[in-house]
Design a protein around this ligand. Sequence first.
Ligand code: ADP
Length: 607
Amino acid sequence: MFLEQEATASVPALPEVHSGISSFLLEKAQNAKVGVFEGRTKPVRERQRLPVVPQGIERDEFLAALDELKAQLGGEFVEVNDKPLRDGWYMEHPNTHDMMTILDEEELVASAVVYPSTTEEVQQIVLWANKYLIPIFPISMGRNLGYGGAAPRVRGSVTIDLGKRMNKILDINSEDYTCLLEPGVSFYALYEALKEKGYDHMWIDTPDLGGGSVLGNTLDRGVGYTPYGDHWACHAGLEVVLPTGEVIRTGMGALPENNTWQTFPYGFGPYSDGIFSQSNFGIVTKMGMTLMPNPGGYESFMYTFQNEEDLGPLMEIIRPLRIGMILENVAQVRHIAQTIAVRGHPRSKFYQGSGPIPDEVLHAAAVESPVGDHTWAYYGMSYGPPHIRAYKLAIVDAEFRKIPGAKKVDPKSLPEDEYFWSRDRIAAGIPDIHELRWVNWTPNGAHIAFSPVSPIRSADAMKLFDMGKKLHHQYGIDFFPAFCVGLREMHLIVEIVFDRDDAERKKAAMDCLRDMIDQAAALGYGEYRTHLVLMDQVAGTYSWGDGALMKFNERLKDALDPNGILAPGKSGIWPKRYRGRGWEMSRESGPVSEGKGVAPPEAPNHS
Ligand code: ADP
C-alpha cells in the first residue's frame, strides 16, 4: 500500500520544491520513475529498531533535548525519525537513511532531522549538540547516492538538512562569471536561474545527474564533464560554521566589504578551504562557485573500440591529448556492460542465468543497438567555433584511428533517446536524469561505487581493469567500469548494482568492494571518495609514515571539535570520545556500524 502511494505520486518540480526537477526534464523524470517502481518488490516495512537514540545519552534526556531545540527552531523544523523508512527514488529521496543501503536498512539512520533556515540557526544547532553531546550530520541535498545518500555514519545522529530552507542563490555575477550559493541549490536550480536571467554567456558544470546540490557535490569533490569538471578546483570562498559554533569566511571572505570573495579563492595566509572538504571539521553554509564562459559552440563525438585490450593503447593516446587540452573535458571511456545497462532494461531481459552476464550476451545486445558492437566507447566534446573544433577533432581522429577497428559514430545516426545525447547535454552544462537508468538492472536496484585514481596510463588502466574484473567474476557480479579522465589522472568508477532487498547479494557486493580496495592499495591505488561503510578501510590505505596523515587529521579534529559532535567517523576520522571503542568498520566487523559506547564528558557541559 505504501509502495503504491510512492509509485503514483507526481514528480516534484522546480521552483515549487527546492529538490525538484527542471520542467524541461519533468516528463523524462516521470518515465524514469515508472521504470524504477516496475522493478521494485521491496516493501516499506514497519520499523523494528525504535527508538533510535545515539550512544552516550539516555533516551529521556535526548527527547528533552529535542524539545529544547524545537522551542528554538520551531516545532515543525525538528522531526523525529520514527516512521517507516521510505526509499523513494532519485527525485523523491529520503533524508533519514541511505535509500540504497548495503547494510540492514535500519543501521545507518538518523534519530531526527532538523531544518535550519539561517547560518545563525546552524550555530544554535551546533551549540545545542555540544551541550548534550549529540552527534550531528550535515547534508545539503542528501543525494550522495553510491556513497551513503543522506545517511549519517553514526547511527542515531541528528541530521541537519540544510537544503530544505537554505536554498537561495545569493548572487550571480554576470561580469565575473561567478555565483554564491546556499546549500540547497541543485545543479538543476542553478541551470534554471541562468536561463531565467537570460545569462546565455555563462554555463554551469553538472555531474551525470543534476539533482545533487552544487555545494554538497563540491565538498565531496564530485566531478562534472565540461572543462570546469573539477568542482572543488572551481569553487571560490566558503562560509563555515565550526564545530564549536563560531562562523568563519575563507579566502577573501575574511576581508570585510571586499568584492573579490568569488574571484580570488586564496585570500591571505594558510589556505583553509581544503580541510572542509570530505571532512568533519565544519558545516558549510555558503559557497562561491565559478561559471564557465559559453565557448561559442560545441560538438560531441563518440568513438568505439572493439576489444577489451584496446583500453591500454587508448590510454596512451588519450594522455598527451588530454594534458595538452586537445581533449578538453572530463571525458568517459565506458565499457559495453554499462552501455547496455543504461538502456534501462532489467538484466533478465538479456540473461536469466546466475553469475556475471557472459560477454557474448552483451555483444549480441550491442549488435542490436544503434551504436553497434564494441567493448569501449569514448564520449568527448570539442568546444569553440567550428574552425577551432575542426582543428582539434582532426588530431583526435588521426590518433584514435591508430587503434585497429576504431570507429567514429555519426551522431546523426543516433535516435533522440540514445545515451550519447545525454552525454552531449551534460558536457554542455545542461543537467539530465538519464544516467539513472542502469539502476534498473536488478530488482530493487541500488548502487555503490569503487572509485580508485590512477595516472592515465596503459599499465595502470589494465591492472585496475583486470583486478576488478577478476573479483567481480569471483563474486558473481556484473562489472560496470567507466574511466573518467581528469587532466593528469583518471578516476575509475565501478558501480556495483545490487538488489538491496537481497542479503546474500549485498554481502557479495561488500566482500567484492573490500577486496578491491585492499588489492588496489597493494598495487598503489587509492580511492578518491567512498561510501560511509568503507571510509575506515579506505582511510587506512592512506597509511604512509605510520598513518601520519590520519594522526594529523585526528589532531585537527580534536582541536576543532573537542566534544566530537560533528559527523563522527566521516572519512575515517573519529573524535577522541569514539576512538578505541570499536567504531571502525572493517571486514571483521561485518555489517555492524556501531562501537561500544563513547567516552563520558571530560568536564561538565551543562553550564
Ligand atoms: P548532495 O547535495 O550532492 O546530495 P549531500 O548533501 O548528500 O550531497 O552531501 C554529500 C557529502 O557532503 C556528505 O558526506 C555530507 O555530509 C557532506 N556535506 C554536504 N553538505 C555539507 C555542508 N553544507 N557542510 C559540510 N558537509 C556537507
